[in-house]
Structures are given as structure tokens and as C-alpha cells.
Design a binder for this molecule. Sequence first.
Ligand SMILES: Nc1ncnc2c1ncn2[C@@H]1O[C@H](COP(=O)(O)OP(=O)(O)OP(=O)(O)O)[C@@H](O)[C@H]1O
Ligand SMILES: [Mg+2]
Ligand SMILES: [Zn+2]
Length: 500
Amino acid sequence: MPEYQSLYRKYRSQTFADLVGQEASSRALQGAIISARVAHAYLFSGSRGTGKTSAARLLAKALNCTGRLRDSAEPCNKCQSCIEMTAGSALDLIEIDAASNRGIDEIRDLREKVNLAPALGPFKVYIIDEAHMLTEPAFNALLKTLEEPPAHVVFILCTTDAQKIPLTVIGRCQQFVFRRHSEEQIVSRLTHIAKSEKVKVDDDAMQLIARTAQGSMRDAVGLLDQLVPLAEGPISLESARSLLGIADPRLLDSLLDDVLAGRAAEALAELGRVYAAGAELRQVVRGLMESCRDRLVAALTKRDQPTARRLSSVLDALLHLDGEVRRHAEPRFLVEATLARLAVELGTTDVPEGIPPPVVALRAAPTSSVSGEVTTSVAETVSVPALASAEVTGWSDVLEKLNRTVRAAYLDAQPELEGSMLVLWFRYGFHHKKAQEQSMQLMPHVRAWLGDGVKVDFRLRESDTSKPAPKANSPEDDPFVREVVRRFDGRVTRVKEVSE
Ligand SMILES: Nc1ncnc2c1ncn2[C@@H]1O[C@H](COP(=O)(O)OP(=O)(O)OP(=O)(O)O)[C@@H](O)[C@H]1O
Ligand SMILES: [Mg+2]
Ligand SMILES: [Zn+2]
């Protein structure tokens, strides 16, 4: 039996014509190859799974191909150099994975060997993958080589995180940005692959895969790869959904209806059905967020403030839940507890016009011990109103724009606007630290949302062990708080001192 080759590998673009999207980069690279004006260093940055490594290998291949036509940049894929490069055995193509040991030994080795002439072709090509993971000493060593590169050397740095590459290095590279793929591009590529593999995939199943892949061709091909061996016969939307653990959006819609209408028991039963159908809870929470967001946008467009407020509270809780679900070993109870609580709270709350609902009270309860529970203060409830709907959507839009790894650092953040300052509250020191480290990635999106003048303040919530809640005058005793709690059937969950 022939060894199974994953679709992801099998369908790596071997010609520029086969590289989907990335037209501008592809055209520029081909122009440089044809006119023999190749730079000494390139930086391929951009979204994950969009063809950076593939394009780097293509460039390397084209540069050393002996069968290439004069007016074409396409490698022949038949000459010795091309065959060795495709097989990964070419001596003139050196791939360094900076993620594996952060590149220190490799870069040292590179500095020793870089001056040696190439083995077969005119060029020696170094592809440094995940280049943002290089350590500072590795970057410094690389920089020395980039300052005086031997004529026969071409460096291609690939990264999803260009902001982490020192400017001194970027300054010596020609940069190309690789864009996320559209759903149409993904569907068309998957259709091509399915046809070549002689598998039948229904159109709506293709659409589902394309949507789930969120712009990454690699993820899309990977999802198809999971489906092909499992599916018996044609892949329908239903089988794709159950195999990928994605819930039927109609079920999610009715689940959300139950939550919003305060039907807690029905919501739990619906969740049980979704779960029994094999849906993954992370996908469920994602799906609920999408549906909630669509409804919120619709409510805002109709200027239906009361509905928008309810939806924004739910979305806020779901955003938080999304972060929690990833961490939990037993997320089912967490999802159940949150949805039930939302339903109960929304069911007993008739949100009066003009008073924002206390979003804080709607957040997922800390699932650890009860003593770990945090409390809320009079000052906060009064002076820092819950975020308006548009702001919650704005923040979730920002999250959407971040790549997955960066996003992870911010999922725990709870946003609050204080004038022109966006305050991000974190419950864990680890996230608080990570988020600050990644702020370069965050800022452009926050500025696009709130304007150039915006400042972001990263704050860590103090746990009540390090900072006991004020005892003398319990916040619950404050008449205002009592009234809010009564009206919303809420409860005080957090106390924060407001220093002013
Ligand atoms: N532009 C594209 N056209 C066709 N297939 C693509 C494209 N981008 C990615 N793929 C598919 O995804 C696989 C991985 O692509 P590649 O390694 O080039 O992505 P990448 O941008 O380097 O990803 P990462 O950021 O994760 O390193 C390829 O083997 C191919 O199957
Ligand atoms: Mg890559
Ligand atoms: Zn060739």
C-alpha cells in the first residue's frame, strides 16, 4: 500500500500559477526572478497558512532551476535541482525552523558556512521559518550576515509576527505581506483538490470548511484531510458538521433564543442535544458568539437599545466563556452553568430604558472554589457603567483580527472604556503579562477602532486574598447597590476600588 501523504503536503503549490491569492507578492517575485534582480533578503509575513513557506520554496526552486524558460519564473520541476528541492534533499536549500530551538546553533552554523559556494546551482537559499522566534543573539548574528551578504546567498525570513522582528533586520529585507484567503478562494481550491482526489464534497460542506478555516488555506486543506478518510461516500453538510464537531447553526439559534427569553431549562436541554450530536464545545461557544453578534448588529441598526443591551451582555459573557472553555478539562459544566445563569438573569430582568444592565454580574462565575469569588464595588457599579453594545462589538472585532496565538493572550481581558482610555482587565497575572508583551499586535486594531489618540491600560484584578474587600461598609449595604441588585435580580460579584 502506498504511504498516505496528507493533502496538505500533496497539494503544496509547486508553481507560482498554483499559488492561490497573494497576487501582488507573486507577481513581484516572478518579475524579480525573470529580470534576475533578486534581493539578498526577503521577509514574508502575514496570516498563518497562507503560503509563505510554499512561496519561499518556490523562489528557491526557481532561482536554481536549470530548466526554467527565459521569460518565465516558473521552475520546471523536472531538473535535478528542482527534484532535490521538492524532495527536501537539496544542499543549496537550507531551512531553519526558528521555533524548534530558537535558532541559536543554526545561525552560528550559518555564519560559518554562508561563505561557502553553493553545491549545485548559482544560489544558496536560507529559509528561516517562524523567524520571529529567533533569540536576540541569533538575530544579531543574522544581522551581521545580512550587512555583508555573499553574492550567492538569498535569505527568506517567514513569520506570522513581523512586529517581533527587529527593525534593523526588517530594514535589510524586502517585505511581502501574505493575506488571508477569502472563502471563495478556499472553496475553489478545495474543489480542485477534491476533484483530483476523486472525492465528492457537497457545496454547503465546502462552505462550512471554508468558514471554519478563517482565511487559512492550510487549515482548510487540513480539515478536508480529516474528513476524507472518515467519510463514507460523498461528504454532506451533516457529516462534515458531525465529523468536525460543528453544531448546526439552527440548533444554536434556538439555544440562543432560549437563553435570551430566560428559558433556562429549555436552554440546557437544547445544549444537551447539541452536545449529543457531537458538537465540540468550543465550536458551540464560537457559534453562539457569531449568532449573538449578528443579532446585536441587527438590533443596533434598528436602534433597538433594550435588545442590544441584552445581547451585548450575553456576548460579553460568551467572549469570556470562550477563553475559559479552552482552559477547562471539563468545559461542559462551565458552558451549562454560564448559559443557565444568563437565562435565569435575563428571564427575571426586564431591562428598564436608560439603565445599563450590570454586565459584571452576568459573567461566568469563577468555577474554582467559592472562596475564590470576587466582589464588586459601589464605586464601580456607579461610575463605570457596563460597556455599551457597540463597544463590546468593537472589542470582539479587535479580537477577531488578531491571529490565534496573539488572541489567546487577550481572551481573558475584560474591556472598559474610561474616556479615551481602553482599560483591559485581567484576572490572571500570566495573561496580563502576555497581553502586554503582545501589545504591538493589538494596538493597530485598537487605533483603527477608537482612533489614534487611544491609550490602553493593562490592569490586573487583585484577588481578594491579596486585597481584602472593605469590611467596614459592605458594598451590598449601599442603598444604590441594593436597588440595582433587586431590579436586576443580580448579585455582587466583584469589588474594585476606584482611586480618584
Ligand atoms: N496560497 C496558497 N495556495 C495554495 N495552497 C496553499 C496556500 N497557502 C497555503 N496553502 C496550503 O497550506 C499548506 C501550508 O502552506 P504554507 O506552509 O506555505 O503556509 P505558511 O503561510 O507558511 O503557514 P505558517 O504561517 O503556518 O507557517 C500548503 O502545503 C498548501 O496545502
Ligand atoms: Mg510557514
Ligand atoms: Zn528545474
